[in-house]
Design a protein around this ligand. Sequence first.
Ligand code: GLP
Length: 263
Amino acid sequence: MEIIICPDAERVGEVAAAVVARVAVAVGPSVVLGVATGSSPLALYENLAKRVAAGTLDLSDAQAFALDEYVGLPAGHPESYAEVIRRTVTEPLKLDPARVHVPDGRSEGLSGAGQRYEDAIAAAGGVDVQILGVGANGHIGFNEPGSSLASRTRVKTLSQRTRDDNARFFDSVDQVPTHCITQGIGTILAARHLVLVATGAAKADAVVGLVEGPVTSMCPASALQLHRFATVVCDEPAAAKLALADYYRQCFDEQLDWQKLDV
Ligand code: GLP
């Protein structure tokens, strides 16, 4: 795992975008992106949008797959992840809306929705680079602690902590859906590159768990330790509990020329 510690959240966005852009340029315009909701990747998306506007990154033929969706929100609900992805990813990155996919959280046909999503990812040839945030409890996507490390896209029950954390987007916690449909940890691990961003002191426990803790379903993000090409980009407050922080800084400072990012 590659760990990059940045002075602040803005720099996290710039550096993480450089990692994503490097994969996207190597793959070409038909790259398949995995995209996440949440506040953590917003600076990353803004930086990618600048690259698209400047013409250094072409995503005109790209596909994108979102990690997760709430179950049961009406179509067009502003906090549905379909809408969040449209506002924060599809429009700023000038993606073709027809090529942006979000799990189907409508109540009808829900039992087959996970497999249909897996099939759609497979038909696209798999995800080239998956962008991730991390929940304060170590969740990725909506894979709460206890999720199987081999899980695939399926319906899950949201933990009370996640519903409380996400209540800020709704009028009250009672309006936060109780269920979600999320890519599994096995689905996420099947992407060819993973880029996880984490900022702020509230993520320090999750970051130390995922980077230096045991691989355990109690911290779903720790599954990234099993991936060949995983990069974690975090700011100083999120990195505060890492035992090997100095070593990670040394690795970044001593990168060989061909390893250096175009930040
Ligand atoms: C949500 C999303 C996750 C996201 C997490 C952290 O529950 N399902 O994909 O990583 O929250 O969100 P934030 O980045 O706003 O802290």
